[in-house]
Design a protein around this ligand. Structure first.
Ligand code: 2AM
Ligand code: CA
Length: 266
């Protein structure tokens, strides 16, 4: 199976689901809770239904891991990672920074990824070894090499108080070491902003595989570096991620390590 056809189907699914999400953003939202602050709307579920219908029709042998419906396991070596609405909290507040994110793994490696923001109309995509694109234009990470000139982003998990606490330390320390640290609420789009040079780096802890599968490939295909927070191999299942333009990577790893040592001494 070539990754191009897979990517084209993922684009079709993302555009369809995105158009639906864009329609529904104007309406009053009906919010459900998957934990104290982790919200879900009927739009997340309907968007996922549309995406899964397309993927299942085109690739019946593939496994799927999707945020709202969980795992559907098939024997094949390919697995789709689907976030039908990344940035649900933003969507629920009509804050226009959310996306559909669809990644495809083969033998444990992400080989295709699509992230679509239906409000801006920006569609980011990549295939392994083929570069990264924004609406069919090639994109590249930024070229600056000093942390103090960088613009970074991070995020905070909604329901894990100790991780929130740890990341607040990192947030405040890094805020004082660079041009700023944004917290915009969609890991998939944050990664695409690193890929397109709008941000120089992004880190977050304990994300889900569907939040970061597509975006991590888009960053690496745009020439960036993607690791865990200790500069080791990214593990989608633990979801600790650092993605940068490559040039400021070691500096951010060093700062996060210093903060980790300080916190363990307390
Ligand atoms: P979501 O909007 O699809 O839930 C914001 O910091 C990022 O964290 C978003 O990408 C958001 O995705 C994700 N997120 C929110 N709750 C999460 C949870 N319980 N586990 C993992 N990721 C989560
Ligand atoms: Ca998500």
């Amino acid at each position: 199976m070539d990754s191009r056809k897979s990517r084209e189907v993922a684009v079709k699914a993302a555009l369809k689901a995105g158009a639906y999400i864009k329609e529904r953003v104007k309406e009053t939202k009906h919010i459900g809770y998957k934990g104290a602050f982790n919200i879900v709307t009927d739009v997340d579920k309907a968007s996922e239904g549309m995406i899964l219908e397309i993927l299942r029709a085109e690739f019946p042998d593939d496994s799927i891991l999707a945020e709202e419906s969980g795992v559907s396991d098939k024997s094949g070596k390919r697995r789709w990672l689907v976030d039908p609405l990344d940035g649900t909290t933003n969507f629920a507040h009509s804050y226009p920074f959310f996306a559909v994110s669809i990644g495809l793994e083969q033998d444990g490696e992400v080989i295709a990824g699509v992230v679509y923001n239906p409000i801006s109309g920006e569609l980011f995509r990549a295939e392994k070894g083929q570069g990264a694109f924004l609406n069919d234009e090639p994109i590249h990470v930024s070229s600056l090499s000093t942390l103090d000139e960088s613009l970074l982003a991070t995020g905070f998990p909604p329901d894990t108080a100790n991780i929130m606490q740890n990341n607040l330390e990192a947030f405040s320390t890094l805020t004082n070491m660079c041009h700023g640290v944004r917290r915009d609420g969609s890991a998939a789009l944050d990664l695409c902003y690193v890929a397109s040079g709008r941000l120089d780096g992004f880190w977050e802890r304990k994300l889900a595989p569907w939040d970061i599968a597509a975006g991590s490939l888009i960053v690496s295909e745009a020439g960036g570096r993607v690791t865990n927070l200790e500069n080791g191999k990214l593990d989608l299942s633990t979801g600790h991620i650092l993605a940068t333009n490559g040039k400021v990577h070691d500096q951010v790893v060093g700062v996060l390590a210093d903060i980790g040592r300080t916190l363990t001494k307390r």
